[in-house]
Design a protein around this ligand. Structure first.
Ligand code: FES
Length: 571
């Protein structure tokens, strides 16, 4: 057996430990040649019945194995912590780093030469990529694919988008329980993840733009046979990647990260992209900063007409040509020489693919919006930054001065938002505190809180909302997110009071609280932090190590990697 393979250390030796490592694995019926010169491919599976978006990945692992075996590899599937966005409480973001640790340690501790990451639902992509980066073996991602378009009364509806409209539908259009039920059963009608340009689709586009998937992988629907072909070919390719020693760090260069930022702007991707890409960069040792998202992305035209801000869904995006069309359109903004998992550059992989529907994917000279990327705001309300997605915001609110209506917690918001006596109008700024990484804890997707019932009735559809939380990629509105430092650790957000005037100016990248420095100092001296959520267990560990949003919310002790070498054996 070649000593070049990492798995040689487990299976190649004739000593006692070689016997132990091979002998027990043989109970699954592997013949001798499986332990000789076959690269061992770990298939890292986020399948779980509690993660509906990844429910098909158990079958997909078998398809990947076909490809691995054909190419002369030895596939071994292993489970890692799976994070089901719609099911887990209080928020999957509380567990992203835990899942990444599981992935990292599972890869490093085992006789694995190369890795296939089977991902889908929002956090299952960044968590596994982060973990894999900290080991840095040859790695390929197989995104599980979106669901087919949701259907409701002859129309397409986006899973993850309709739910944000339920309050409005009931209040304004008088929807009954039966109406809502009908939408519920039509919204998620096949295997796969949310089919809007929400976080899962954003993550799939992100890994393709980073060069971590075979070309064209992101948009293929989960139930399309071509997704299975993609999984099969990825199985073949990872074996070659091991032989070429094409490790993650050779692909995930600064150029790859800048490409991902450009592509995310072009597709109108989720704001969650920022937090996850920052965390991935931190693991692989690329010095990416929050400001890089604005510098590289904010002037990029919006090309993809998908919900939540557009009209179509991922199935339409695939039929129109998918991400290769977008990458080709944006080539003048990209580092076209960035290498990808198939050994070719991103430019070589995406030469002039046909676009079959320009209403879904606009041409660069006729974009849906001239500038679409994420804008990073700075000011006394967010010293380390805050973000807004202008493509999802209302133009008339991009420069504003409004009176703060403050909610100290989500419970406070729920208790008072629909109180008819609440002093609020459409020019006010809704401020939501204590939904950041430490404050909630876990930074949930609540930044796009519903508007007050009485304003919905008046026909108001958007207001400025500011918080230290996140927003679902399936949501929209003029929503300022990721305020850092967050309120629970004493950021200025903690000091805002009802009636303060707040001035966002998106063009100027400013978020200003119109309160004097002296007054803020006074308020700070009497501010006390909220009591810790717990003194035990994983959540205590989370609170002790979580970093702020501008650093990607990774744990301080997880930044960087430990490589793939393990010193010491069983005994
Ligand atoms: Fe899984 Fe949206 S809930 S991708």
């Amino acid at each position: 057996m070649s000593k070049k393979l990492r798995s040689y250390d487990w299976f190649g030796k004739s000593d006692k430990m070689g016997f132990v490592h091979r002998s027990w694995l043989r109970n699954q019926g592997y013949p001798d040649d499986y332990f000789k010169d076959k690269p061992v491919i770990g298939i890292c599976n986020t399948w779980s019945e509690l993660t509906p978006c990844n429910g098909h990945l158990r079958d997909f692992a078998e398809i990947v194995k076909r490809g691995v075996r054909e190419a002369g590899g030895f596939p071994l599937e292993f489970p890692v912590t799976s994070l089901g966005e719609t099911i887990m409480r209080p928020t999957t973001m509380l567990f992203r780093n835990l899942a990444s640790m599981d992935t990292e340690e599972s890869i490093r501790a085992n006789p694995i030469d190369g890795v296939v990451l089977l991902t889908g639902c929002d956090k299952t992509t960044p968590s596994t990529v982060m973990g894999a980066c900290s080991v840095d073996l040859p790695t390929i991602v197989v995104p599980g694919g979106p669901m087919l378009n949701g259907r409701f009364r002859g129309e397409c509806i986006g899973s993850g988008s309709f739910n944000w409209m339920i309050k409005e539908k009931r209040s304004v259009e008088q929807y009954t329980d039966e109406d809502i039920h009908e939408a519920e059963v039509g919204a998620a009608r096949s295997q796969g993840h949310c089919m809007t340009m929400g976080t899962a689709s954003t993550m799939a586009c992100m890994v393709e733009a980073l060069g971590l998937t075979l070309p064209g992988a992101a948009a293929i629907p989960a139930v399309d046979a071509r997704k299975k072909v993609m999984a099969h070919l990825s199985g073949r390719r990872i074996v070659e990647m091991v032989r070429e020693d094409l490790k993650l760090s050779k692909i995930l260069t600064r150029k790859a990260f800048e490409n991902a930022i450009v592509v995310n702007a072009g597709v109108g991707g989720s704001t969650n992209f920022i937090i996850h890409l920052l965390a991935i960069a931190g693991r692989i040792g690329v010095d990416l900063k929050l400001e890089d998202f604005d510098t590289n992305g904010s002037k990029i035209p919006l090309l993809v007409n998908l919900k939540p801000s557009g009209k179509y869904l991922m199935e339409d995006f695939y039929y129109a040509g998918g991400l290769p069309v977008v990458i080709n359109e944006l080539k003048k903004y990209l580092h076209n020489d960035a290498i990808t998992v198939n050994g070719k550059t991103i430019g070589e992989n995406n030469i002039n693919p046909p676009c079959y529907n320009h209403d879904v994917i606009a041409a660069l000279d006729q974009p849906l919006q001239p500038e679409a990327g994420i804008v990073v705001l700075k000011g006394n309300l967010c010293e380390n930054g805050a973000v807004i997605k202008p493509s999802a915001a209302s133009k008339e609110l991009m420069k504003h001065r409004g009176r703060a209506v403050v909610f100290e917690t989500m419970d406070d918001y729920h208790a008072r938002i629909d109180d008819p006596k609440l002093d609020i109008d459409e020019r006010c700024v809704i401020v939501l505190k204590n939904v950041g990484p430490v404050g909630y804890p876990g930074m949930p997707e609540v930044g796009n809180v519903d508007l007050p019932e009485k304003l919905l009735q008046k026909g108001v559809r958007d207001m400025i909302r500011i918080s230290d939380g996140r927003m679902s990629g399936t949501a929209g509105g003029t929503v300022v997110l990721h305020v850092s430092p967050e309120s629970a650790i004493g950021g200025t957000l903690a000091l805002v009071k009802d009636g303060d005037m707040i001035e966002p100016d998106i063009d100027k990248r400013k978020l200003h609280l119109d309160v004097s420095d002296e007054e803020l100092k006074k308020r700070k001296s009497s501010w006390t932090p909220p009591p810790p959520h717990t003194e035990r267990g994983y959540v205590k560990f989370f609170l002790d190590h979580i970093q702020q949003a501008d650093l990607g919310c990774d744990f301080d002790i997880l930044r960087g990697g430990s490589g793939s070498v393990v010193n010491g054996d069983l005994h």
